[in-house]
Design a protein around this ligand. Structure first.
Ligand SMILES: Nc1ncnc2c1ncn2[C@@H]1O[C@H](COP(=O)(O)OP(=O)(O)OP(=O)(O)O)[C@@H](O)[C@H]1O
Ligand SMILES: [Mg+2]
Length: 380
């Protein structure tokens, strides 16, 4: 019966005598090694097993010799073709009734399949780790690309804004140049007609000085746009700025036959702002008002303190064409114009930007065929 059990075992079984000589082996052992059971009998166990390090033999001799049990020792069986077959060896001593060592029973389990499974498992883990790392790398690169795109969009946005503002400056320079051209024309005319050169020079000199100042400040503004820094602000009298601007526009022939009325408080209205920027606002609003008037009509520029006195409110009113209600928001968009070639559509967008930079609001009220009022406020 015991023979059948031994034969039925899947694991290789060797019984060796105390000298390490095989006295018995089963078919599984013969099968793994690739020989017959008979050929195994009498072989030295040392020739069947090899192992690195201290070696099974030492362990067998020492541990089992001392009556120990050997549990799952990693070793190799040497097949007859020389191949090394990984096995897990369990060994136990066979003792006689006196307790003397009569032999050793060694059971070797072929662990190739288990090892292969482990190796496959490890390969699978490594493959997954690699895939995970690749995914992380792809993620990182997508995030980097997103950040780059965001940066590029911001840059494009800023360039567009700067382009609009630079266009606004160009628009102002063109307006100012017209004043200078008109002044030069007038001087040339007085020279040609032998008029009162001293009187006209006295009259034009402050305006030409203002033109020079404007061009310088607009030049600064362009530099600031390229390298943004704070606008130079100083306390100025808003009444004086309104008077100067209207006078300049009149001189430039920008008012035509339009009657321009000023409603200014008798006392100075001091605001701490950048003078050129305020002039920009007024030039644009008054020019628009005049443009809206065909034939006879009037423009009124009014300055008054706000209800609580903390701010100054300025309005530019005309008796012109008015603005259709569905266009009341559109007019503030950059490049929106109904003036064709004669307009850039930048005026109001620049005005709104300047007013907002002082924490103010630009609002419009309009009635078709009756006229329009633009109102803005500034801090005192
Ligand atoms: N006071 C006004 N009355 C009627 N329409 C106006 C008035 N002000 C502005 N608009 C309308 O708003 C549009 C935009 O004005 P904005 O000042 O921005 O540009 P523009 O006057 O057309 O061009 P630019 O300022 O370069 O001369 C004008 O084309 C016009 O249709
Ligand atoms: Mg305009």
């Amino acid at each position: 019966m015991i023979d059948f059990v031994i034969e039925a075992m899947v694991d290789a079984l060797f019984v060796i005598d105390p000298d390490g000589c095989v006295t018995m082996a089963n078919s599984a052992a013969a099968h793994i090694i690739g020989c017959s059971v008979e050929q195994l009998r009498g072989k030295q166990i040392a020739s069947l097993f090899i192992d690195g390090g201290s070696g099974l033999r030492t362990v067998v001799r020492k541990r089992i010799g001392d009556g120990d049990i050997l549990r799952r020792e990693e070793s190799f069986l040497v097949a007859s073709d020389g191949k090394k077959i990984p096995v897990s060896v369990t060994g136990s001593p066979v003792l006689d009734e006196k307790g003397d060592l009569k032999g050793i029973v060694l059971v070797a389990r072929d662990v190739r399949e288990v090892r292969q499974l482990l190796a496959d498992n490890e390969a699978e883990i490594a493959r997954r780790r690699k895939a995970e790392a690749e995914l992380l790398a792809v993620n990182a690169s997508i995030e980097e690309q997103l950040a780059q795109s965001r940066q590029m969009l911001l840059l494009a946005e800023r360039r567009a804004t700067l382009g609009t503002l630079a266009g606004g400056v160009g628009h102002e320079l063109r307006n100012i140049a017209q004043i200078q051209v008109a002044a030069v024309d007038e001087l040339a005319h007085v020279l040609k007609t032998n008029g009162d050169l001293a009187a006209i020079t006295r009259q034009l000199l402050p305006d030409l000085e203002r033109v020079g100042e404007h061009i310088t400040q607009h030049g600064h503004r362009l530099i600031q746009l390229a390298r943004p820094g704070p606008d130079h602000v100083a306390p100025i009298d808003l009444n004086a700025v309104v008077r100067d601007v209207v006078a300049m526009l009149r001189l430039a022939g920008k008012l035509g036959r339009v009657d321009c009325k000023l409603l200014l408080p008798p006392e100075q209205v001091t605001v701490t702002v950048n003078r050129t920027r305020i002039e920009q606002i007024l030039v644009n609003l008054v020019t628009n008002a005049v443009d809206a008037i065909s034939g006879a009509g009037g423009v009124t520029v009014e300055v008054e303190p706000s209800a609580d006195g903390s701010r100054v409110v300025c309005s530019v009113r005309d008796t012109g064409s008015g603005i259709p209600s569905d266009k009341l928001e559109k007019i503030f968009e950059a490049f929106y114009t109904t003036k064709g070639e004669n307009g850039t559509g930048l005026g109001l967008s620049v005005v709104r930007e300047i007013v907002a930079s002082y924490g103010g609001m630009l609002t419009v009220q309009s009635e078709l065929s009756r006229g329009t009022t633009f109102t803005f406020d500034l801090p005192r």
